[in-house]
Design a protein around this ligand. Structure first.
Ligand code: IMP
Length: 196
């Protein structure tokens, strides 16, 4: 079976390659570009939509992996959640989404509030569908600190730390992150399915 990733994002391809210790092909290398409508109501549903859509185009000889992730702030009713990538509108940049979240936190009159990141990884093959999750809990603050990471990292302080993910080393993030945890859960599932 050939392993295919339902993402062309270079950072994600790299993370998945390290995890699988082997050949993993981004779907854009074997399929013509097309749009996948992510209209699920959860991270898991959206990851499954991506993986299933590509699996159905490729067929039984393939094992397709897809991920979906985002940040949720309970004080804001769970926002931005599954809309993290387009919080400030369709096509919004990471910076615009971040500024919007800072604005929403400030509008609540707080300087910090609990938040958590979620990552769902879907694995689809002829043996069926699997989804694993990873979470990272912490707090978001009302100002940016640090330049590392991406997306909402400059305002997110992980539990047990005093610095934001914009300030902390990326190796620390890899250990504690939602995506790192989900990847470690996905690894044995993928290995098992590849051996079947
Ligand atoms: P996805 O590529 O559809 O999973 O979109 C995830 C969105 O959630 C990104 O655009 C980021 O805004 C946000 N996000 C997910 N994981 C992280 C992270 O580790 N750091 C910062 N932002 C993240």
């Amino acid at each position: 079976m050939q392993l295919v990733l339902a993402s062309s994002n270079k950072g994600k391809v790299k993370e998945f390659r390290q995890m699988c210790e082997g050949e993993i092909t981004p779907f854009s290398e074997i399929l013509e570009p097309f749009e996948i409508v992510e209209d699920g109501e959860s991270f898991a549903e959206n990851a499954l939509i991506k993986a299933r859509t590509i699996y159905e185009k490729l067929g039984e000889e393939y094992l397709v992996i897809a991920d979906d992730s985002g940040i949720s702030v309970p004080l804001l009713g769970g926002e931005p959640g599954i809309y993290s990538a387009r919080y400030a509108g369709e096509g919004a940049s990471d910076r615009e989404n971040l500024e919007k979240l800072i604005g929403e936190i400030k509008a609540k009159g707080v300087q910090k509030t609990p938040a958590f990141y979620t990552a769902a990884i879907a694995i689809v093959s002829r043996y069926g569908d699997y989804v694993v999750h990873g979470w990272m809990h912490g707090e978001v603050i009302d100002e940016k600190r640090g330049e590392k990471g991406f997306g909402y990292d400059p305002i997110f302080i992980p539990e047990g730390h005093t610095q934001t993910l914009g300030e902390l080393d990326q190796s620390i993030k890899a250990e504690i992150s939602h995506r790192g945890k989900a990847l470690r859960m996905a690894k044995p599932v993928i290995r098992m399915l590849m051996r079947k």
